[in-house]
Design a protein around this ligand. Structure first.
Ligand code: HEC
Length: 143
């Protein structure tokens, strides 16, 4: 084999290695992201079961509607579907972090805040909890 042939072969080999390295690196990152999603969702499920099932029911199916006799809690398994196919993150926070008395979530928002930091309640930490619950709710969406 002449020098040009060798050089071409070395170059091909190096490019092959580079492609492999990129594939492995992106694969590893994707797996790490999946694992993060998974653990957030699992933490969210625990919070969901504690705070949301009385009204929204296990696994997102409507619960016993203890809030009021006229308003039935919505089915959270169709949340994304009812919001044009994407998870409405801003809406989600607005609905949950709504402390106005008389609303369905005032008491639950207060409990989440208090559980996070004793009696004072930390809004930032509570938003974290609500974010984990969002991951869980994403994972139970009807396909
Ligand atoms: C005391 C009962 C009660 C509890 C507890 C409760 N909800 Fe609700 N939720 C409701 C009711 C009632 C509605 C419907 C409100 C309306 O129609 O104005 C609602 C609506 C919602 C909506 C709006 C759905 C949509 O399609 O826009 C979301 C999101 C939601 N709840 C999430 C949660 C999460 C997450 C929890 C737990 C942290 C929770 N709720 C706890 C009663 C409750």
């Amino acid at each position: 084999m002449n020098r040009t042939g060798m050089a071409t072969r070395n170059l091909r080999f190096s490019l092959g290695l580079l492609a492999l390295a990129i594939a492995l690196a992106t694969g590893t990152r994707a797996r790490a992201e999946d694992q993060i999603d998974q653990s957030l969702s699992e933490a969210g499920k625990v919070h969901y079961e504690r705070y949301c099932t009385p009204c929204h029911g296990a696994g997102g199916a409507p619960g016993k509607a203890v809030f009021s006799s006229t308003k039935q809690p919505v089915d959270l398994r169709t949340y994304v579907q009812r919001h044009g196919g994407t998870f409405p993150a801003a809406d989600w926070l607005a609905v949950l972090a709504d402390a106005r008395p008389g609303g369905p979530h005032a008491a639950v928002w207060r409990s989440i805040r208090q559980a996070q930091s004793g009696t004072t309640g930390s809004s930032a930490a509570a938003r974290g909890t609500v974010g984990q619950i969002a991951r869980y709710v994403m994972s139970i969406q009807a396909k």
